[in-house]
Design a protein around this ligand. Structure first.
Ligand code: G3H
Ligand code: 13P
Ligand code: ZN
Length: 331
């Protein structure tokens, strides 16, 4: 039987984005697959009084199970109240690739979906996105579309090279499809290695400093779509403190480099009102678990390593809400 997101106590993104644009901040969209990640997200967002988008990829949905996810989202709403503050919570499909998947998510309690036709020829992207908008809007569910291709891996879609969003296309795309928000490509990319070493400069202590995002393209898009919600994917910062812990305890990442926090802060003050973060959580969690394993080889109670991982995630998300996205205090 289909469940509406409203029955679960969730909200769509409409009002949240309108407020975020006016207020000059961005709503965090944190990816999750399991209970500890969800607990950390809710704890951090309640503590900082931030609205939040719980973001689920097709892979995460397969991993966690759709029925469990629906009930976890319902649980998240109750959990926030129990922690003392009823923050607005969105359950969002990340990188949806078909109308069938979208239908299944909407029937399973999602309040927002992304349809990612960015790798398709323009007219096919318009057609697919419009079919999703027609269906989703009939159920009160908001839709994110994408124009432009991010470098790196987009779920199952591998993009060798990025192609920045063409500002000349955005008005046509938004008016033909009726999307509620638009993900754009201005230099961010998925994963822990966002740029090639040769694109970066190297600091004296060996840290890679990436090139600046294409804020000129963002500005052009804002001029063409005044007040329209823009989304940034691939916005992990790959914090060096967590990378160092991961490496200290046996992990290896080749040439890790993310999007510097000050650039995300600048983006959040503009029409960018949703910022997607997954990799930073993965790194923080893995670093914390590696530390416990290395320091206590005899430990085999999952609570003893998942607990510290959850604490580290919570601190990471609270920091992002307060110091990067500016969503703290906006719930
Ligand atoms: O954009 C992709 C997200 O980081 C989700 O990744 O498909 O491995 O769950 P995933
Ligand atoms: P990161 O890999 O930078 O965390 O990006 C996540 C993302 O865009 C999910 O859609
Ligand atoms: Zn993404």
């Amino acid at each position: 039987m289909a469940t509406s997101y409203k029955e679960l106590g969730l909200v769509n993104t409409k009002e949240l984005f309108a407020k975020a644009i006016k207020g000059g901040y961005a709503i965090p969209a944190y990816n999750f697959n399991n209970m500890e990640q969800m607990q950390a997200i809710i704890q951090a967002c309640v503590e900082t009084k931030s609205p939040v988008i719980l973001q689920v990829s097709a892979g995460a949905r397969k991993y966690a199970n759709a029925t469990l996810l629906k009930n976890m989202a319902k649980g998240a709403v109750e959990y926030a109240k129990e922690l003392g503050y009823a923050i607005p919570i969105v359950l969002h499909l990340d990188h949806g690739d078909s109308l069938e998947l979208v239908k299944s998510c909407v029937e399973g309690g999602f309040s927002s979906v992304m349809i990612d036709g960015s790798h398709l020829p323009y007219e096919d992207n318009v057609k697919l996105t419009k079919s999703v908008v027609d269906y989703a809007h009939a159920h009160g569910v908001t839709v994110e579309g994408e124009l432009g291709v991010l470098a790196g891996i987009e779920d199952d879609v591998v993009a060798e090279h990025s192609s920045y969003t063409k500002p000349a296309e955005v008005v046509d795309f938004v008016s033909k499809t009726g999307v509620d928000s638009l993900a754009i490509s201005i230099g961010t990319s998925h994963g822990a290695v966002k740029f090639k070493r040769e694109q970066c400069t190297v600091s004296p202590d060996g840290v890679l400093i990436p090139p600046t995002l294409r804020f000129d393209i963002l500005e052009e898009i804002e001029k063409k779509l005044p007040g329209f919600p823009i989304v940034l994917h691939g916005s992990s910062s790959v914090p060096i403190e967590h990378v160092r812990i991961l490496e200290q305890f046996g992990g290896k990442l080749k040439d890790p480099v993310g999007i510097p926090e000050e650039q995300l802060r600048k983006a959040a003050k503009s029409a960018v009102c949703k910022i997607n973060i997954d990799s930073d959580g993965r790194i923080a969690m893995t670093a914390a678990i590696r530390k416990v394993f290395a320091e206590n080889p005899s430990e085999f109670d999952p609570r003893k390593y998942l607990g510290p991982a959850r604490d580290s995630l919570k601190a990471l998300y609270a920091h992002k809400n307060k110091d990067v996205l500016g969503s703290a205090g906006q719930a």
